[in-house]
Write a protein that binds this ligand. Structure first.
Ligand SMILES: Nc1ncnc2c1ncn2[C@@H]1O[C@H](COP(=O)(O)OP(=O)(O)OP(=O)(O)O)[C@@H](O)[C@H]1O
Length: 244
């Protein structure tokens, strides 16, 4: 178990916005948080990451769990010109820790392997702000991978992307899951693609006051989700089958 959530209630200034939720994320699982705009997806994510205090309940992290976080892209100040390599390393000059050469070597190896795995090595000297949305997302993924996490948390990684770029991001996450045994937790608005790649989901809707966690089939077929999105998962799978 990487993260265990027990009767967690999220909200602001002591006021809950959603009912309590309990779930646990295991190694190699892909969890999608889905729901309408303003329903509480980012609030749940921030609470899981410890950026917001829970109103009540618990978020238990395994003591050895290393988390990587990819914030929404607009969280990066576009006015700051940065090379890709500086975004990945956080602009940290590795030379400062010259007293510990093993540490430098390991950091360099980790950064190199993160850039290879996220397929951004060839972009390393480009300006971050000049990249496409898909390329930017891969760079931010490399930055999160540089800390060698067991679980990666992404807030709307595919917003502002067309369907092809979105699919590529999900495929890359799928490869990382296989190669690194990485667990993934992400916010997404696109149920069909999520349904194809995720193993689990949490349906969040503050208007209806529901928070439904479970395996992807169960969540996508719950009444609340079908009422909101229709049977998008089933329709998508049917189309895929017809195309093959
Ligand atoms: N700092 C804050 N203080 C008080 N309320 C907030 C704060 N941030 C967000 N909210 C409110 O909490 C609710 C959930 O917002 P949240 O950003 O979690 O939704 P979301 O599902 O991530 O939305 P979107 O899909 O549009 O990104 C909204 O009603 C929002 O106005």
């Amino acid at each position: 178990m990487l993260i265990e959530v027990e009767n967690l209630v999220v909200g602001y200034q002591k006021t809950p916005i959603l009912p309590a939720v309990s779930f646990a994320v295991e190694e190699g699982e892909v969890w999608g948080i889905i729901g309408p705009n303003g329903s509480g997806k980012s609030t749940l994510l921030k609470t899981l990451l410890g950026l917001l205090p829970p109103i009540s309940g618990k978020v238990k992290l395994n003591a050895n769990t290393r988390l990587g976080y990819v914030a929404q892209r607009h969280a990066l100040d576009p006015a700051i010109p940065s090379r890709v390599v500086d975004v990945v390393t956080g602009g940290v000059e590795l030379g400062w820790s010259f007293l510990n050469p093993t540490h430098i070597l390991k950091s360099r190896e980790r950064i190199q392997s993160a850039m290879v795995d996220a397929d951004v090595l060839k972009l390393k000297d480009r300006q971050f702000n000049e990249l496409s949305e898909g390329q930017k997302q891969r760079v931010l993924l490399a930055r999160a991978l540089a800390s060698d996490p067991q679980m990666i948390v992404l807030d709307e990684p595919t917003s502002a992307m067309d369907q092809t770029a979105e699919r590529q991001v999900f495929e890359l996450l799928g490869e990382l899951r296989k190669k690194r045994g990485l667990a993934v937790l992400l916010v997404s608005h696109h149920l069909p693609v999520l349904g194809e790649f995720a193993t689990h989901a949490i349906y969040v809707d503050s208007d209806e006051q529901v928070m439904i966690p479970g395996d992807i089939e169960t969540v996508c077929h719950c009444n609340e989700c079908v009422t909101r999105y229709g049977d998008a998962l089933h329709r998508h799978r049917h189309t895929e089958e017809c195309n093959h």
